[in-house]
Design a protein around this ligand. Structure first.
Ligand code: CTP
Ligand code: MG
Length: 189
């Protein structure tokens, strides 16, 4: 039981910078869109005006700062292992890949939404919720496969991954509601 609790808290600890990046993008987002207003072959926006450079860079830096903070804090206690992130220097690479992956996944999600003819902010159940997690997992699978396998796929550790999948819609709902109340999001989803 204790082991399961440790696996779950480690998974949440690791994925947290992804949520920080995503919600910071909403706070920092304004100005020039990532696609510079460009249109795709289908005549629709490539990503849409909801994906801005300030959101992408501000969100990435906030997520990376948070992840580095986690590593430094835990480093006092576990100098070699950096709980969850594993040994340095990979720990620092992972702490970059997670927030950047979340925001690239978010942008990929918008790209798919636009191709399906959905306007900016229009609801799309699965993609709106899981785009950031998909982005994180893609980057980790490409650049940190052994760590990813050890952390999320090795036997009982799959529980951590499942927990992230269950937690994500709840956090998504919560952060979007806060963004909506703060007037940063036009829709409460
Ligand atoms: N945002 C941003 N840059 C990003 C991501 C988000 O500026 N890379 C800001 C935008 O102001 C955006 C808001 O955060 O409107 C909410 O993000 P999101 O829900 O992902 O965008 P939507 O406006 O809903 O657009 P889409 O339909 O493309 O998801
Ligand atoms: Mg949205």
């Amino acid at each position: 039981m204790i082991e399961i609790l440790i696996i779950i808290s480690e998974a949440v600890w690791i994925i947290f910078p992804a949520y920080i990046a995503n919600s910071s993008a909403v706070i920092f987002g304004h100005g020039q869109p990532v696609d510079l207003g460009g249109k795709y072959h289908d005549g629709r926006p490539i990503f849409g005006d909801g994906k801005t450079w300030f959101g992408l860079l501000g969100g990435s830096l906030a997520g990376i700062a948070f992840g580095f903070g986690q590593i430094v804090c835990v480093g006092f206690r576990y100098p070699i292992h950096h709980w969850g992130y594993g040994p340095a220097p990979n720990a620092y690479l992972i702490a970059i890949l997670i927030p950047v992956g979340a925001l690239l996944g978010d942008i990929l999600g918008s790209f798919i939404k636009r191709r399906l003819g959905k306007a900016r902010g229009e609801h799309m159940r699965f993609l709106d919720i899981y785009d950031l997690i998909i982005g994180v997992f893609i980057l980790l699978l490409i650049f940190e496969l052994p760590w990813f396998y050890h952390t999320f796929l090795d036997g009982i550790r799959v529980i951590g991954l499942v927990f992230i999948l269950v937690l994500t819609p709840i956090l998504h709902r919560l952060t979007n509601l806060i963004g909506f109340k703060l007037g940063k999001k036009k829709e409460p989803w």
